[in-house]
Design a protein. Structure first.
Length: 350
């Protein structure tokens, strides 16, 4: 009987450091590209287009600013309107990164991710969140060929974007516990290597000094850990290593709330709730959210208790093929009780 080996695509380029967007020629010359489509959102187009053009002087490039309201049909139309190119590069926030991943997926081209904030792990993952028939949907996309993160750019992101990244990363803890629970119920099966990578990512971050969100060491650890989490989904072939019951709450909030917050912010609050339900790593999560200022920030944004109650109640319907703690009636009831009774949540919810 021959050994079975899983071939997993991982990025060929990984550059995390200060000033790396000014060194793109040096980075790209090591790879077989001569032409590129460079995608921007409105902000990155106005602030970084010239830098990218100058730094990619040896490539033939076309810079495109994409509207942030494109659905999957608009993206496919855009993808096939571009001239031939060797690689897709996306520069900006989570939405344009997702657009770039899907355009590269549609055109069967390599994809380079250059995020301008660390608000979630999407810049490193193999799926993306798009509007399909009017509904935000997770769809398969392109595993990044390269990830380039300039800490000089990241540190200028507003604090709320960095806190969103913290919230998204800490959700690995509750997601992994959900994955264990799922396997115990005979519904899913844990990939040990993906599990290890996701757990190592968050545990490495937890040991980082957290007194300054703009500190380069802190940001590099946050970005590196989010990257590892994203890659763990490539290994597992699904989002289970980084997405569990807390993400179901956030997805539900996006469908019911008139003023949904950033993904990582909602996920962070839901992570706190689910850690209390699971009775797992709650003290560690509280310490991180206190030290980074996450708890203080979410007190100021008007989260609605009623929205979270509705979101928890409907969460099993978001992914009926999963079996997280929230798919169990008793644990779902416990989550509702925590939302109603927890003193910290009373300070957070309106």
């Amino acid at each position: 009987m021959s050994d079975s080996v899983t071939n997993v695509p991982i990025p060929s380029i990984l550059e995390i450091g200060s000033g790396v967007t000014t060194q793109l020629d040096t980075i790209f010359k090591k790879h077989p590209f001569s032409s590129a489509i460079v995608l921007f959102d409105t902000f990155s187009y106005s602030t970084l287009k010239t830098t990218i053009e100058t730094s990619l002087s040896y490539l033939s490039i076309e810079c495109v600013m994409l509207e942030d309201t494109l659905d999957i049909h608009g993206l496919i139309s855009s993808a096939f309107s571009f001239p031939p190119f060797d690689v897709v590069i996306a520069v900006g926030g989570g939405k344009v990164i997702d657009y770039g991943k899907y355009i590269a997926f549609s055109r069967r081209s390599p994809f380079i991710s250059i995020p301008t904030s660390p608000s979630n792990d999407g810049f490193a993952s193999s799926n993306c969140s798009l509007i399909v028939d009017g509904k935000k949907t997770t769809v398969p996309a392109k595993v990044p060929y390269g990830i380039i993160v300039d800490l000089d750019i990241i540190k200028h992101a507003p604090d709320r974007f960095i806190l969103a990244g913290v919230g998204d990363l800490m959700s690995n803890l509750t997601a992994l516990y959900d994955w264990e629970y799922e396997e115990k119920k005979g519904i899913g099966s844990i990939n040990a290597f993906a599990y290890m990578l996701s757990k190592k990512a968050v545990n490495s971050f937890i040991r980082t000094p957290m007194d300054d969100l703009k500190n380069e060491v802190f940001l590099k650890e946050l970005v590196s850990s989010l990257t590892m989490g994203g890659i763990s989904t490539v290994i597992s072939g699904n989002s289970a290593p980084i997405s569990g019951s807390e993400h179901l709450i956030s997805h539900s909030l996006e469908s019911i709330s008139e003023t949904s917050q950033m993904h990582g912010i909602q996920v962070g609050v839901a992570t706190y709730i689910m850690a209390k339900v699971q009775e797992h790593r709650i003290e560690r999560i509280e310490k991180v959210f206190t030290r980074t200022g996450f708890f203080e920030y979410v007190k100021t944004i008007g989260l609605q208790k009623a929205d979270f109650i509705e979101a928890i109640s409907m969460s099993p319907s978001i992914k009926p093929n999963r079996y997280t703690y929230l798919h169990d009636d008793d644990y779902r009831q416990r989550a509702l009780e925590i939302v109603d009774e927890d003193e910290r949540l009373r300070d957070i919810f309106s």
